[in-house]
Each structure stands twice: as structure tokens, then as C-alpha cells.
Design a protein around this ligand. Structure first.
Ligand code: HAM
Length: 424
């Protein structure tokens, strides 16, 4: 057997305690922000039937064609996939449990997603999203509300230099008309298309518009525009979204080439983009998906949602100089000898009963070395228990940021420490 140190899977990261403090802080800010808009948490499994993602995201998308971690359940032969995104699972759960029966739903989830992409800064194989879904809402008001929510979060987090890109993909009939025209157009320019574009020509011509191949840009620029096919309802919807955003002074750029990499979108789509993260500049993206619920087997119902990439947001936060929150310790307990150890653990539990954060010294050592640890812990006070104190059922309390050490009986300890905590 090899005794090489085992490493995490490429593109899948450990989040170590220091960094995790920032994650915990961020997650709390996000929970409060979502509560302010009435979103409720939903938790779905990490693994779903492969067919769910094929049906929801689309067979001819990068995610389904080449990025999914799919495998066969060796016990029963089921085809399963580690979720590459949350919208499909969320809609599946909502339908399975009939959540849309009575009222529309504002839901959110957060957690790891899995895509077999080429790892680089801001792009991982296991990454984390906070996903926000409003199901059963048809009007442009919810589209605008979701976008405004994002703007509020950036402000709360102190994130600047993000721009909002907006587009509409229209509805199914206009998309079909546009698709037919696109195929006819690209067929006339077949020689210019690269192999990937040729392969997608009949299955997903819209994705050709997304190509970064410089040799194809001129042909792509002159391709038929979806905007020209949109019907009046979709245009009115889009105009309303823009009007609400303008009223709330949310700046946006219309980007007619914003098509998104998942097939379920229609009408409003948007991305929040920063120039600070190199090629992986999209920190948050989403749109309307009015056809998906029916496509997954539910009664037709409109919906709108988005997801943000947590790793990308945290890089921005760190770059903005956001200080790492430190874990807080109120009390460090230093003790020596057997009797003192018994009193120390009793005292520690007594203090935790009042919600104090207590670090009990474990592992022995001299008083001096234990006091060094107490210092390094950042505790407000240390409680020192030696033979002498233990026999008298007393303890010494030492304020760590200066001041006299005092000796008190165990019954007075909580009140004494509380005074020091209040002075902080
Ligand atoms: P998406 O654009 O595929 O949309 O992903 C949303 C966000 O997740 C991206 O903007 C990015 O910040 C982050 N992200 C995606 N892939 C990676 C990766 N490999 N590494 C790091 N971050 C990544 C969706 O997933 C849709 N489900 C969003 C949605 C919800 N639409 C409607 N509702």
C-alpha cells in the first residue's frame, strides 16, 4: 500500500477554520438578507436522477454534455448525478411535495454543486451556490425585486465594481422563429463555423452566439437578432422590468448576447459581472424559467430565480479588505492538579449554562504555559484554579487585558465574569 499523503480531488477544496470564519459570517449576512425578502430555506439531496438534469438543463448544453459527475448506482443500476446546479432539484422537490398547491413560493438553498470543469481561480469542480427561486410568480415585479435584492446584498457586503447585464429571451414561439432563422443563416455561413458550432447548428444554434472563437465573430455579429422576433407581451414585460429598475436607480446594461448556458430560461435573464476576477467574472446569474415546471411534470406555472457563486463573492470580499472575523472566547480555564480539574470542568459547564464561550485547557502543562495559551486564545478573562483554590471551592479570575487578579467563590463567578464581559 502506498503511504503517500492523500490529497483532495482536483478542483474540490477544503475550507480551513480561518477561512471558514468568513464563510460563517457571510452565510449569516445572507440568511438575514433573504429573511428580509420573505424567502424560506429548502434543502435538497446532493444526488438526483440523471434524467432530471438532462430534462431541465437541456441535453445539448456544456453542463449536461461534459460537466456532470454521473454514475450508475452499483446496487440497483439507477443512473445518478451529483447536482451541477440547484434549480432543477428545487423544482423537483416543489412538485414532489406539492408546495405550489396553495400559494406561490419564495425559496432559497445553499450548498455545494459539482461540475467537471477545468479548475482555475474562481472555477472549481465542487463550488458553492446560494440559489434563490420564486415559483408561481408571473409579473415583472418579481424579476425586478430579485435584481434589486442582489444590489442590496452587494451594498451590505461592501462589494463595488459589479455591473448588471440584462437581456430578454422572449417566449417559446418567438424563440422557435428565431431558431429557424438562425439555422438558415448559419447554414449559409457553414464554412466559417468551427467544429463545435457545426455540431450544435441543428441541436442548439443559440449557443453558437456564445462562441468566443474570433474567426466567427463577424458572422455572429450579423446573425438574426431575437429582439426582432419578440412579441408585444414579452417586450412589455421587459420594459416593465427596466422601468422598475430605473425607478430604483439600479444601473444596467442591455446585452443582447446574454443567452445563459442552461436551456430552461425565457424572458428576463441577467448576470452580475465584475472585472476583478479575470475570466470568471460572473458572480451571480439567473432569469425567468416559465416553462420548466411543466417540463418536469407539473402544472404550468411561471418562475424566476438566480444563484450566486460563493467562492467568487468571497474572493471579492477579501480583495475589498474585509477583515476576517475572529472566533470569540470569553473565558479560558487554567487548572492544575486532580481536584482542580474536577472543579474546572464543573465551573466550565456552569458558565456555559449562561451562554458564555469557554475554552477549558486540556493536555496539562505548567501554569505558565497554560497562561500563554489563555493569552493567545483572545479570551476576556482567564479562570485560574490550583490546589489551594480547589480546596476552598474558590477560583481566581484574571482579566486578560489588564487589571488585578481577584479570588472569588464559585457561586459569585458568573456575576464577576459578566462584569468584565460588559466592560469589553
Ligand atoms: P449558473 O450561471 O450556471 O446558473 O451558475 C450561477 C453562478 O454560480 C455563476 O454565476 C457563478 O458565480 C457560480 N458558478 C458556476 N459554476 C462555477 C464553478 N465551476 N466554480 C465556481 N463558481 C461557479 C445556475 O446554476 C442557475 N441554477 C441559476 C438560477 C437559479 N437560475 C434560475 N434560478
Amino acid at each position: 500500500m502506498s503511504n503517500e499523503t492523500l490529497q483532495a480531488v482536483r478542483g474540490m477544496n477544503d475550507i480551513l477554520p480561518e477561512e471558514s470564519e468568513l464563510w460563517l459570517w457571510f452565510e449569516q449576512v445572507v440568511r438575514d438578507w433573504l429573511a428580509a425578502y420573505g424567502y424560506r430555506n429548502i434543502r435538497m439531496p446532493l444526488v438526483e436522477p440523471t434524467s432530471l438534469f438532462k430534462r431541465a438543463i437541456g441535453e445539448v448544453t456544456d453542463i449536461v454534455e461534459k460537466e456532470m459527475y454521473s454514475f450508475e448506482d452499483s446496487l440497483n443500476g439507477d443512473q445518478l448525478t451529483l447536482r451541477p446546479e440547484g434549480t432543477a432539484s428545487c423544482v423537483r422537490a416543489v412538485l414532489q411535495h406539492n408546495l405550489l398547491y396553495n400559494a406561490p413560493q419564495r425559496l432559497y438553498y445553499s450548498g455545494p454543486m459539482f461540475r467537471h470543469e477545468r479548475p482555475q481561480k474562481g472555477r472549481y469542480r465542487q463550488f458553492h451556490q446560494v440559489g434563490v427561486e420564486a415559483l408561481g410568480f408571473a409579473g415583472p415585479d418579481i424579476d425586478a425585486e430579485q435584481i434589486m435584492m442582489c444590489a442590496r446584498l452587494w451594498k451590505k457586503l461592501g462589494i463595488r465594481d459589479v455591473t448588471l447585464q440584462l437581456n430578454t429571451l422572449g417566449d417559446a414561439a418567438s424563440r422557435q422563429r428565431h431558431r429557424t432563422k438562425l439555422i438558415a443563416y448559419f447554414e449559409q455561413h457553414l464554412a466559417v463555423l468551427d467544429a463545435e458550432a457545426q455540431r450544435r447548428l441543428h441541436s442548439n444554434p443559440l449557443r453558437i452566439l456564445d462562441s468566443k472563437n474570433p474567426a466567427m465573430q463577424a458572422v455572429i455579429e450579423a446573425a438574426p437578432q431575437l429582439m426582432d422576433e419578440l412579441d408585444s407581451e414579452a417586450l412589455a414585460h421587459f420594459a416593465s422590468v427596466q422601468a422598475i429598475l430605473t425607478r430604483h436607480e439600479i444601473a444596467f446594461e442591455i446585452n443582447p448576447r446574454l443567452v445563459r448556458g442552461l436551456d430552461y430560461y425565457n424572458r428576463t435573464v441577467f448576470e452580475w459581472v465584475t472585472t476583478r476576477l479575470g475570466a470568471q467574472g460572473t458572480i451571480c446569474a439567473g432569469g425567468r424559467y416559465d416553462g420548466l415546471i411543466e417540463q418536469i411534470g407539473g402544472k404550468p406555472a411561471p418562475a424566476m430565480g438566480f444563484a450566486m457563486g460563493v467562492e467568487r463573492l468571497l474572493v471579492l470580499l477579501q480583495e475589498a479588505g474585509m477583515p476576517l472575523p475572529k472566533p470569540k472566547v470569553d473565558v479560558y480555564i487554567v487548572h492544575q492538579c486532580e481536584l482542580a480539574a474536577i472543579l474546572a470542568s464543573r465551573v466550565a459547564e456552569q458558565l456555559r449554562d449562561t451562554d458564555m464561550r469557554v475554552l477549558m485547557h486540556c493536555g496539562g502543562g505548567s501554569f505558565k504555559s497554560q497562561m500563554k495559551k489563555a493569552d493567545a486564545s483572545g479570551a476576556i478573562v482567564s479562570v485560574v484554579i490550583g490546589d489551594d483554590e480547589a480546596l476552598a471551592n474558590e477560583v481566581s479570575v484574571k482579566p486578560m487585558r489588564g487589571g488585578e487578579q481577584i479570588r472569588v467563590c464559585v457561586q459569585e463567578l458568573t456575576a464577576t465574569i459578566n462584569k468584565f464581559i460588559l466592560q469589553e
